[in-house]
Design a protein around this ligand. Structure first.
Ligand SMILES: [Cu+2]
Length: 502
């Protein structure tokens, strides 16, 4: 996608001018009465200040291909949403208009923002009212590649939540860029046309280390067996009809044009509601310089990127294998249905070529501090995740320590004390991979499937089937804090928990 800023976008100028002219009086003259009633000025902004960005949530058309034009909910009528660039430490104002009939939440994923801004109803962020608006102000942090997306529960409604087009990239310009490169390219990976099925095809065998915990496997298999014996079908999974990078199916839209010798920094965002993606470029390797926007201690070179829902990878590719190639997903079906983009060297023509890369795994510890150690946490929080097959109207229900999250009660289950360092010891008693996400805080990976590690800072991390993972974080951002699996289908059916500060 282009890196053009929406600042100064002529389509937005009317409304922005209205806002600039000063406060609620001007607002009242510029937007419909319903919206006027619902307008909220929140999070410490001063009415009359100019917004850095204006986001409009509304229906838009997404041309995945000439004969595949979708109508879905988007940001500013486009998919992906506009790239929002902020500067580290520089306060920003964002106006969020909601032109739909549904109250919305816009979540600033990976940022250490206050609850009022974060965009999660479970934490207490006010909704952006239907046909209304909210103005928020915050200091973007930490620097690096973040993103923004809706945070509504979709449940069985596959038009809501991240199944629709409410996903966009954020780049918070750091004071110092990691790695040397000539050009940056943002890629947003996203599926469309979701449907329910019984049984999925989640890629499983790529995570390393592969160590599984026997007790977790036995518990998970026994629970599944008991459910099937009772005559239950398998719980629903979500599949997709169409696949895209930057809102275009492979073969449509512009190729990424490169020159031999160029170092291209790809910022890859998996904007999927539920899927794990892979990405390879035949004849090239990726030097991973940042994970979830945070520079890694070891910039390891890999042939394939594996990226869970909501994860981001920033990787430099040295263009040294001229041709016209497919930068695409390893899954043949998904790539043929659009999950790829052409990379075209200057002076080269022809059909983009794909070649299956040699098998490889994905190990977060490759990017860690060599021989690094971590400080002991003040407290360890134990968590076991389990699946209740088809238990909620045919959907799998998910539990943390035996309890599915209740949207009715929204009660915190874990209390934090400010300044203390916590370790989350996660145990996965299911055979699915879960991209686990903590709001408003970043965490350090400290143990993956039994292997100690240090120095990799993330906000989402994939926990393998029947595996364990430990992550440490400092309680340094008071307020309610949501923790959940980032697969929409899992979080919507119980796979969430709330932290609060004591
Ligand atoms: Cu999950």
């Amino acid at each position: 996608m282009s890196t053009t800023r929406v600042r100064g976008d002529p389509r937005l100028s009317d409304r922005r001018t209205v806002l600039k002219l000063g406060g609620l009086a001007a607002l009242a003259s510029g937007i419909p009465p319903l919206a006027r009633a619902a307008a909220q000025i929140g999070a410490g902004s001063v009415p009359g200040e100019r917004a850095d960005y204006t986001i409009r949530i509304g229906t838009g058309l997404v041309e995945l291909a000439p004969d595949r034009i979708l109508s879905t909910t988007t940001y500013n009528g486009q998919f992906p949403g506009p790239l929002l660039r902020f500067k580290e430490g520089q306060r920003a104002i964002v106006d969020i208009h909601n032109e739909t009939d549904t109250p919305e939440q816009l979540h600033w994923h990976g940022q250490a923002v206050p609850v009022d801004v974060d965009g999660a109803a479970e934490e207490g962020t006010p909704y952006v009212p239907a046909h209304g608006m909210r103005r928020i102000a915050f200091t973007p942090a930490p620097a690096g590649f973040r993103f923004y997306h809706t945070h509504l529960r979709a449940g069985s409604d596959l038009h809501q939540g991240q199944y629709n087009g409410q996903v966009g990239p954020v780049y918070i310009e750091p004071k110092r860029e990691p790695g040397a490169y000539d050009r940056e390219v943002f890629l947003v990976l996203k599926e469309f046309e979701p449907f329910l099925s019984r049984g999925g095809d989640m890629e499983m065998g790529f995570l390393a280390p592969a160590t599984r915990v026997k007790a977790l496997a036995e518990a998970g298999e026994a629970a599944m067996q008991a459910s099937l014996t009772k005559g239950m079908p398998h719980g629903y999974e979500v599949g997709y009809g169409l696949f895209s990078i930057n809102g275009r199916m492979l073969g449509h839209g512009e190729p990424i044009r490169v020159k031999a010798g160029e170092r291209v920094l790809f910022h890859v965002l998996n904007g999927s509601a539920t899927e794990i993606r892979s990405l390879a470029l035949p004849g090239h390797t990726f030097r991973v310089v940042a994970l979830d926007g945070n520079p890694v201690p070891t910039a390891a070179e890999v042939p394939v990127l594996w990226i869970g829902a909501a994860e981001r990878i920033s990787a430099i590719v040295e263009m040294k294998h001229p041709g016209v190639w497919v930068l695409g997903d390893l899954a043949d079906d998904d790539r043929r249905r659009g999950m790829g983009v052409a990379v075209e060297y200057a002076g080269r023509k022809g059909k983009p070529q794909w070649a299956k890369p040699r098998p490889s795994r994905w190990d977060y510890t490759w990017f860690a501090t060599p021989g690094g150690s971590v400080v002991a946490p003040d407290e360890v929080i134990e968590m076991t995740f389990a699946k209740r097959n088809a238990a909620d109207h045919g959907f799998n229900e998910w539990t943390i320590n035996g309890v599915p999250f209740s949207m009715a009660k929204m009660e915190p289950t874990f209390l934090l004390r400010q300044g203390r360092r916590y370790r989350l010891h996660m145990r996965n008693a299911s055979d699915d991979i879960h991209p686990m996400h903590l709001h408003r805080h970043s965490f350090e990976l400290t143990r993956i499937a039994g292997k100690p590690t240090a120095g990799v800072i993330k906000d989402v991390a994939m926990l393998g089937g029947y595996q364990e993972m430990e992550v440490d974080f400092t309680a340094d951002n008071p307020g309610r804090t949501l923790f959940h699996c980032h697969m929409q289908l899992h979080m919507d059916y119980g796979f969430m928990a709330l932290f609060d500060y004591a």
